[in-house]
Structure formats: structure tokens, C-alpha cells
Design a protein around this ligand. Structure first.
Ligand SMILES: [Fe+2]
Ligand SMILES: [Fe+2]
Ligand SMILES: [Fe+2]
Ligand SMILES: [Fe+2]
Length: 411
């Protein structure tokens, strides 16, 4: 099976998930990428370095996806909290086949130029791309999109000038101050329609050929981030992936399709990043608006994934996991005949996993009780009965899967 996805589409989608995790669409990482790319334009960076810089900028706060409240408002400096998310991002990516080269730049993205850092690095020991991101991040974080931008510019410039030689490399500050003379530069940072143009332009820096295994590996990283955000069901995404893979192989999917099913399982709840932790962590029953908020998550899963050409099937399989055959599921209310087998598989895998997990509102359930509930759902036209039959057909296999599911839970 030929497999190609555009690196910028992939990074744009991941950054969308991260932007949504900051309590609404923050555009923070998009702004950082835009500013960093302007700075790179004035330096002698190769196209490859510029591409890496944009990619790193787009996900530089990946380590903060589950702790925005803590990170918001922090600036450069010797702060353990600030360093913690940079280090968490580094740890997430450092062993990834596709993204490991980005890890060190993320690790040092809050290091000060004058060296007062937990890392012990100073000046040019700090990677150049991290220095650029550090400066760009500080500009971006000061922008309040609700206020008139040109009322803010003098104060932002003053703060950046003040940080020259301490927080930021003086030469980079000089480059930035030259860029900042352009009104268009500032207008691009606050206009939503400037971002698609930006992505189109930086997409031309070059192609990276990601294999299907690379994308699986990236999906594993994102599943970790999603599961961080939901402490009650930590490991849920991986468990859904295991069951989805199993059902797909039993239903005759080819080996590449089984891998794509695994990706769909890993990413099915990525839209939960858009749901605040306060709601996800709530131990009592949700009220009706909270329930509506949580029910939005597959909508966001769809919008995060469907723009990646090559992963459109995965987007549909992943995002329709709360749709039901009778058309009464959510959020798209798609009817049975329009639900592909892949979508039905993730739905069944998700229900099976949820029932075997301990949730704030129910304890772990015995296998027979799970089977009865799922057979009942199939009889009531909610889920595909043939998949429920496959799931409970081989008792040995189901025992193994349940053991595997719990082994993941304990990790
Ligand atoms: Fe950061
Ligand atoms: Fe940041
Ligand atoms: Fe879900
Ligand atoms: Fe789920």
C-alpha cells in the first residue's frame, strides 16, 4: 500500500489539537511558528533548518497539553514549573523515530541566554532553534487577541528590548526589532485567515517521507498526551487501539489497514484535548451543559484529523466512535448504512474498553456482564452485532485481550 502524508498537514493537525487544549483555540503555537519563521528569514538558515524550526515551533508546548493552567503566565527564567513542560515535551519525543530530532530544541525552549538555567546551558550552547523559539514565544505570549494590536506593540517591544542580553540573545532581539517595524507582521499574527496562507508557504520547505510505522509512532505520542489529560482512564486510547486492531484483523483487513485501525484507536479521543480537565476529572455526575461539552470531543477528533490527506479514513473511523447504527449517536447522527466498518469497529472497541475500565461513575465490570450489555446494545440497533460476536467468539483470545487491556492500565 502506498502511503504518503504531508509533514506540514500532520504538524498543523497536531498543533490544532494542542491549541484546542489551551482552553479554546489559543493560536499560540501558530504565532510562535510565524514569528520564528520571520526571524529565520533574516538569518542564514537552510530550508531544512527552517522547516525543522517551524515544525518544532508548532508543537513546542506539547509537554504542557495537560497542564496549561500551570504553564500560562510563566515566562523564561529559572522556574522548575516552566522547565518541567519543556522537559516533558523532550521526554515524549526523544525516542520517536520520526520526531526525535525535535526533542532537544523543545527541551531548551525556555532557557535564558545569560545561562541562569536548570539545564546549565548558556549563550550559544543553547541550540539556535531553541533561542529563536524562546524569543518568539515571549512575543506571542504577550499578544492579547481581544485588544487592538497596535496599542500593545510598544509595550511588547519594550519588554523584549529589556530582555536583550539576559533572557534573549542580543543579535536575535535586533533582528526581531527590525521585523517588528512592519505593520503587516503584527496583523498576520492576529488574523485567523493568515494562518492557512502561512501553512501553505512553509509546506514548500520540503517533504519528509513518513512511513506508516512513523505515523503509528506519532499516534502513540499523541495517545499519551490524550491519556495524560484524562487521569481516570489513563491508557484508554491504547486499550481501544488493541481491541480495534484485533477486530480489524478478524474482519479481514490487510496488515496496513490493521495498522491504520490501530492509529484510529490511538487517536479516537484526541478531541478530548479540547475538553477542560475540570470536566474530565469531575467525580460526580455531569450536569447537562457539561455533558454537552464532553460530547463535543468526537467533533474535534474529526476536525483535527480530516485535513491530513492519507489519513482521511482514519479520521472517519476515529471520529464516528459515538455514532450508533440507529442514527441516534453523536455528534453527527450518522445512520447505520453510512457508518463504515472501521467506524463500527472503533465504536465497539470503545464501548468494550469503557465497560472494562474503572470510571469515576462505575467500577470495573465482569466479562459476562460486559458481554450481556454489548449484546443488548446490538439487539437494540446501537452497535454492529457481528463485531460483538467476533469480540466474544474466542474465549481464550478475549481473556488474553482483557489481560492485555489491564496490563496496559497498570503501566
Ligand atoms: Fe513553553
Ligand atoms: Fe509557548
Ligand atoms: Fe470518546
Ligand atoms: Fe474513548
Amino acid at each position: 500500500m502506498d502511503f504518503f502524508i504531508s509533514p506540514i498537514q500532520l504538524l498543523q493537525s497536531i498543533s490544532l489539537a494542542l491549541e484546542l487544549s489551551a482552553g479554546g483555540l489559543s493560536s499560540h503555537q501558530w504565532r510562535v511558528a510565524m514569528i520564528a519563521d520571520h526571524v529565520a528569514d533574516k538569518l542564514d538558515l537552510t530550508r531544512e533548518e527552517r522547516q525543522t524550526l517551524v515544525h518544532v515551533s508548532l508543537i513546542h508546548d506539547i509537554g504542557a497539553a495537560a497542564s496549561w493552567e500551570k504553564v500560562a503566565g510563566l515566562r523564561v527564567g529559572k522556574s522548575a514549573d516552566l522547565y518541567a513542560h519543556a522537559y516533558a515535551g523532550y521526554t515524549l519525543l526523544k525516542d520517536s523515530a520520526a520526531f526525535h530530532d525535535m526533542a532537544p530544541y523543545i527541551r531548551y525552549h525556555h532557557d535564558r541566554w545569560d545561562g541562569n538555567n536548570i539545564s546549565g546551558l548558556s549563550g550559544k550552547q543553547i541550540p539556535l532553534l531553541s533561542r529563536i523559539i524562546c524569543l518568539s514565544d515571549n512575543v506571542a505570549i504577550q499578544i492579547d487577541a481581544q485588544r487592538f494590536i497596535f496599542d500593545q506593540v510598544p509595550g511588547i517591544l519594550e519588554n523584549i528590548r529589556e530582555g536583550s542580553g539576559t533572557y534573549f540573545q542580543p543579535e536575535l532581539v535586533d533582528v526581531f526589532l527590525r521585523i517588528a517595524q512592519s505593520e503587516g507582521f503584527w496583523l498576520d499574527l492576529i488574523n485567523a485567515y493568515a494562518f492557512p496562507e502561512f501553512f501553505k508557504r512553509v509546506g514548500r520547505y520540503g517533504d519528509i517521507c513518513y512511513s506508516l510505522e512513523d505515523v503509528m509512532d506519532i499516534a502513540e505520542i499523541l495517545a499519551t498526551v490524550v491519556d495524560w489529560n484524562d487521569p481516570f482512564t489513563g491508557g484508554h486510547s491504547r486499550r481501544v487501539a488493541v481491541i480495534s486492531e484485533y477486530l480489524a484483523s478478524q474482519k479481514g483487513f490487510c496488515s496496513d489497514e490493521v495498522k491504520l485501525m490501530r492509529i484510529a484507536g490511538l487517536l479516537h479521543d484526541i478531541g478530548k484535548l479540547a475538553v477542560s480537565r475540570t470536566i474530565l476529572e469531575k467525580p460526580d455526575k455531569l450536569n447537562s451543559s457539561e455533558f454537552y461539552i464532553i460530547k463535543q470531543h468526537p467533533y474535534y477528533t474529526y476536525h483535527i484529523l480530516h485535513n491530513i490527506e492519507g489519513l482521511q479514513d482514519v479520521a472517519v473511523w476515529a471520529a464516528y466512535h459515538h455514532e450508533t447504527l440507529d442514527g441516534k449517536g453523536y455528534p453527527f447522527r450518522i445512520k447505520g448504512e453510512s457508518l463504515s466498518l472501521g467506524s463500527r469497529i472503533v465504536a465497539v472497541a470503545d464501548i468494550f474498553t469503557a465497560l472494562t475500565e474503572k470510571r469515576p461513575y462505575h467500577a470495573t465490570m465482569e466479562r459476562d456482564a460486559v458481554r450481556q450489555i454489548m449484546q443488548g446494545m446490538a439487539q437494540h440497533g446501537k452497535i454492529d452485532g457481528s463485531l460483538v460476536a467476533v469480540l466474544f467468539h474466542d474465549p481464550e483470545k478475549i481473556n488474553y485481550l482483557i489481560a492485555h487491556v489491564f496490563a496496559i492500565q497498570k503501566k
